[in-house]
Design a protein around this ligand. Structure first.
Ligand code: SF4
Ligand code: SF4
Ligand code: SF4
Ligand code: FES
Length: 582
């Protein structure tokens, strides 16, 4: 607390408290351990004050005040638990329930739903108002996101996430008064709008109205099929987020326990997307050097965030040639699994099922792209979000915190610190710089940490001195920040040579498929955990990964070589017509 900050004294439920001027009642109460119920409020969003569930009594005021939007004042006397407050909160919840499809048992958010939790807290066992819910079918037209309007409580959190974080505004209110709904422009399926399937709306939705497409049954079925060899890869950011759902501290590193859980689930091999990240650095780093030395299109932009790739294809199609042609770590891994690994394991590609555990809903879309596969099979067969993995782990009754640790399997499980930091904004750039610098100079980097590209700032810049030329780089996360960079690229005024963009706040650690309850404060803890993992690893540069070196020696040849191009690179295209899905 700043010493010169003006303080305000007040009482909440007769308990005296002193808080900085400007504090809202909700936060002041939290200091005392009082949780004022809320639904439209979200700590990372600007205040909406729509739902009024946070109503409290303030002595001297005739009407109840919203605790989320009302600042405390000197001498304020707040009561959060009077009969009128309780009656108001129960009435609001009852009104919501009357307009809600209450099929909790079959709802994806069962036991992880704010509305359900609040009804339980207020002992609302049944609705006392006649139902006015309109039966609207679930909208399941794309591989990433499912909307269920009959579960929407019109809190507006999704609208704010899409507009204020991503700068996209694919969702909006429509209609009036009691007929108001949250929808897309002309009520089109999300994929036919400006939406890039990032899932940030699903992460903040307090109910089951916007959820990821559930593919867990596909994985359970594959695991039961004796004719299939089912392998799994896990993205760098999942291991620092998974613990949240099992009562561990945010940012807890559960790599070894997660591997054990996956083995117990029955996967034949448990591999690491971090290996794919090291491979991406080999290809993307060499592609950057090739562009730099041969007058290629600059700035080159990273392409491992599928929400960002979707954004480029939809919003800046004329700039697509700035995107690196390197596939994402997930898709590179899939291509290698169905070729190099298949050969080593003596299997046909069709016998292998590749499952990816990702922090991201847009990865489901990436895996479904026709470019991501060959000869009639896909690089990646099923993508599960972190949330779906949590479901599977709970399904078999495991608790991550108590499991023994295990190592990833070989030959696609060994990775470096560079691969680990891919999960945080700035991580791909830092990993690439570690390799690019050593390849260009032939010298060993004294200090591996590029602090200028670390942290939660929206746009970060740095200059790296290479022999004969300075390289200007930028790193941005969220598409609202990306747009600022892209306007310059589009005009041809960008001062940068190399740009990293991640669609989600904080990068993948804050992805749209991460556990419900993810906030910016939690994202920062996960980010710190990834840098901890990097620091503790014996190898911290992608080009020093011995299994990557073997892969090139025995199978791929050179980075950017013919085989590498065939398997590890792709192309993008303008999206001028709606996506179609099988
Ligand atoms: S959104 Fe919540 S309250 Fe509604 S059906 Fe799903 S779990 Fe139940
Ligand atoms: S998935 Fe992303 S882009 Fe699409 S509506 Fe949700 S927040 Fe907006
Ligand atoms: S879809 Fe979810 S986040 Fe959006 S308004 Fe409805 S309940 Fe709120
Ligand atoms: S939480 Fe305060 S009005 Fe909704």
């Amino acid at each position: 607390m700043n010493e010169s900050q003006e303080m305000v004294k007040l009482t909440i439920n007769n308990i005296p408290i002193e808080v900085p001027k400007g504090t809202k009642i909700m936060q002041a109460a939290k200091v005392l351990g009082i949780d004022i119920p809320h639904l439209c409020y979200h700590e990372d969003q600007r205040i909406k004050a729509h739902c009024r569930l946070c109503s409290v009594e303030v002595t001297g005021k005739k009407r109840l005040l919203a605790a989320c939007s009302t600042e405390v004042w000197e001498g304020m006397d707040v009561h959060t638990d009077t009969q009128i407050v309780r009656d108001t909160q129960v009435s609001i919840l009852q009104l919501m329930l009357a307009n809600h499809h209450k099929d909790c048992l079959s709802c994806p958010r069962n036991q992880n739903c704010d509305l359900q939790r609040l009804c339980s807290r207020f002992n609302i066992l049944k609705s006392n108002l006649p139902s006015v819910v309109k039966e609207v079918p679930r909208i399941e037209t794309n591989p990433s996101i499912v909307r269920d309007p009959s579960k929407c409580i019109r809190c507006g959190r999704c609208i704010r996430a899409c507009k204020d974080v991503q700068g996209i505004a694919a969702l909006t209110y429509a209609g009036r008064s009691s007929d108001i709904v949250v929808t897309t422009a002309f009520n089109k399926p999300m994929e036919e709008t400006d939406c890039i399937l990032c899932g940030q709306c699903s992460l903040v939705c307090p109910t089951g109205a916007i959820v990821e497409k559930d593919d867990t049954q596909k994985v359970l079925d594959a695991l039961q099929d004796n004719t299939k060899h089912v392998i799994v890869q896990v993205a760098p950011s999942v291991r620092v987020a998974l613990g949240d759902a099992f009562g561990l501290e945010p940012g807890a590193i559960v790599t070894g326990q997660m591997v054990t859980a996956l083995k117990l689930l029955g996967f034949d091999k448990v591999f690491d997307t971090n290996f794919g990240a090291d491979l991406t650095i080999m290809e993307e780093g060499h592609e950057f050097l090739h562009r730099l030395n041969n007058g290629g299109v600059l700035p080159m932009m990273t392409s491992c965030s599928p929400g960002w790739v979707n954004y480029m294809e939809k919003h800046f199609p004329t700039c697509i040639n700035h995107l690196s042609s390197a596939k994402s770590p997930m898709s590179m891994f899939g291509a290698i699994a169905k070729t190099y690994y298949a050969k080593q394991a003596g299997l046909k590609p069709q016998e292998i099922v590749t499952v990816s555990i990702m922090p991201c809903t847009a990865k489901k879309f990436e895996a479904s792209r026709p470019e991501m596969g060959r000869d009639g099979y896909r690089d990646v067969d099923v993508v599960l979000t972190t949330r779906e993995l949590i479901k599977l782990i709970k399904y078999v009754g495991l608790s991550i915190g108590q499991l023994p640790e295990n190592d990833f399997d070989s030959p696609l499980g060994l990775s470096t610190g560079a691969g680990a930091i891919f999960g945080a904004t700035g991580g791909v750039m830092e990993a690439a710089l570690r390799t690019v610098y050593e390849k260009v100079t032939g010298k060993t980097l004294e200090k591996l940490e590029f602090m200028d590209v670390r942290g939660f700032e929206g746009i970060k810049e740095a200059t790296v001195h290479l022999p004969g030329r300075d390289v200007h780089i930028a790193v941005a996360h969220t598409l609202k920040n990306a747009r600022l960079i892209m306007e310059q690229v589009k005009k041809g005024t960008s001062p940068y040579d190399f740009i990293e963009i991640m669609a989600c706040p904080g990068g993948c650690i804050g992805g749209g498929g991460q556990p419900i309850g993810t906030t910016n404060a939690i994202r920062k803890k996960r980010m710190a955990a990834l840098y901890e993992i990097d620091k503790a690893l014996p190898i911290r540069k992608s080009h020093e990964n011995p299994d990557i070196q073997t892969l090139y020696q025995n199978f791929l040849g050179e980075p950017l070589g013919e085989k590498a191009h065939e398997l590890l690179h792709t192309h993008y295209h303008q999206v001028d017509k709606p996506y179609t899905f099988n």
